[in-house]
Ligand binder design. Sequence first.
Ligand code: GAL
Length: 650
Amino acid sequence: MTYLGVDYYPEHWPEEMIDEDINGIIELGANIVRIGEFAWHLMESEEGSFDFSYFDKVIAKLKERGLDVMFGTPTATFPAWLAHKEPGILSEDEHNHPRVFGGRRQYCFNSDAYRKYAARITRKLVEHYKDEEAIVSWQIDNEFGHEGSDMCYCDQCHHKFQGYLAEKYTDIQTLNEEWGTIFWGQTYNDFSEIPIPKPTITTHNPSLKLEWSRFRSDSLNGFAHEMTNIVKEIKGGHQTVTTNVSGGVFDKWFDHAENLRPMDFVSYDNYPVWGGLEKPIPPEAIAMTHDFNRGLLNKNYWIVEELMGAQGHDVIGYLPRPEQAKMWSYQAFAHGCSNMLYFRWRGMTKGAEQFCYGVVDHDNVYGRKYKEVQSLFGEMKNHTELLNSEITSDIAVLYDYDNIWSWRSQIQSKDFDFNEELLRLYRPFYQLNTNIDVIPADRDLDTYKVVVVPVMQVMDEAFADRLRSFANQGGTVIFSFRTGLKGKDNNLRLGEVLPGLVRDMVGARVEEIESLTSDHNLSLQGEGGFSDIPAQVSVWRDLLVAEEAEVLYRYQDYFYKDYAAVTQNTFGEGEVYYVGGGLSESALDKIAQDVVQRHDIDFIESVQDVEAYRRRVGDTSYLFLMNHSDQEKAFQSVDLKPYESKIIKE
Ligand code: GAL
């Protein structure tokens, strides 16, 4: 069965509207609604007085009409009485200003008081509904870490950070040695002297900053898992547990795979455009995030918030064109979403999200968007087996949050953006319509033929060894600039020539480096099969000397024209590419084509802006086709109207 539904907030509407709403939701073709995730006050309006009667009535009505329910634990928005009584639960910004009551997610993950109250409401709620047949799934909190809520500089966090360090390093000399606190005379006599990276003159120690990032991650995940364990301990056997991942997955201070580890499945909130954006993010960026979410538990996932209308808090931007939001849903299903709920049933007339438009707007007219969702639900109902079929990929793109946070605290080039650099290497394979997994770097690589390792500046020997044996056995590895620069302590290694631990694989060494801006494009000269393909680098350049490797591109400027920019090496049975800068598209397209051909990887040719994604059920294969443009396009003999999407049997 496929769950299709909407995020419904019955508490926002007059009670007498519920029957009409349920009719509308059923007419839409839905079989599930998600409720409850911001309604703490409705369940505990005063400290300790728990009352679930409102939701009892709602659930009875939903159940009577055959709708199932996903219920969100309400800890993302705490009641005003709690903030008033326990102001210490409020998180603080870097200037130690508390985030006052009024927005959402303003609690500190390290507040013992918050943990106590949050655990209690979670426990009471799940105890109340553990036997409720209609509730098939629990969502923990809402969008952990979103909107900057993963960062807090309060004293509780500071003390716990010192405790975290004391536990990890045991004695202060070890920490001093590892962090190099001799520099600028920062040597500590005791863990209690260690600061958190609040504003100072210039910048903090890089090891401190990376440990702070890890500590932030542990803090958030510690809270999330405490709540998850409560739900798991009490819930009914028929109920599953999830939490919803928000967009901007690489811009967060927590390890997502760790966050989702105890969940039954991943839920994702898919907003290809939000707030003041003038246009949606590019199709490959949307696709990459789907592949990332599928990769978290390595299986198909849900979308519990799929946009239909324009969205924004105080600023609104782009309106998804007719059929465009539906096409994004097709794209999500193609990449492994198996169940989907739209955000939200109806846009609210009051409160901070007046301008988050839903399936229905405040005019309560069942219009164009309603019909679009209705048609999507109608079409998807027949594809349960297809939507649940397993996706396998020959290509993996690897990421590691330690590396991301290391970059985030020292971007080195003013225009460096981790998302862009990961997408730079993901996009050429996306263009070939190959299946790609986006996964944490510690996953098993045995089933892949190609491993893409963007800007992996933080690396340990175990990882380098795994890549070495992967290439040795015939795999292709693609690195980009700054590879192997640092160890897990976020420091450089004395006497080590870059790319450090993987220099033998790359067969080239980096002699000097230069940070470029994104509009500073340096022309390269291609060699061999690349001589006819013009290319540039921006953002960064490594000046490479090929040792065993073959040179694919060289720089052309006077001082550096002997240096290579891109190399390819044979290593064992495999091959290793090194892309020494922010390389332009055509050159990367050629690399991807060569690699896909070499490994005989399934790819599909399509015109620009038409995405094709192949799925298999037994011996039958299907193509999901998505036209990402406002122009008519064709895929083989299939015509696609602007933003049209469809599934065809091959
Ligand atoms: C999501 C969030 C929802 C709602 C929505 C608006 O990030 O989970 O609660 O705020 O955005 O687009």
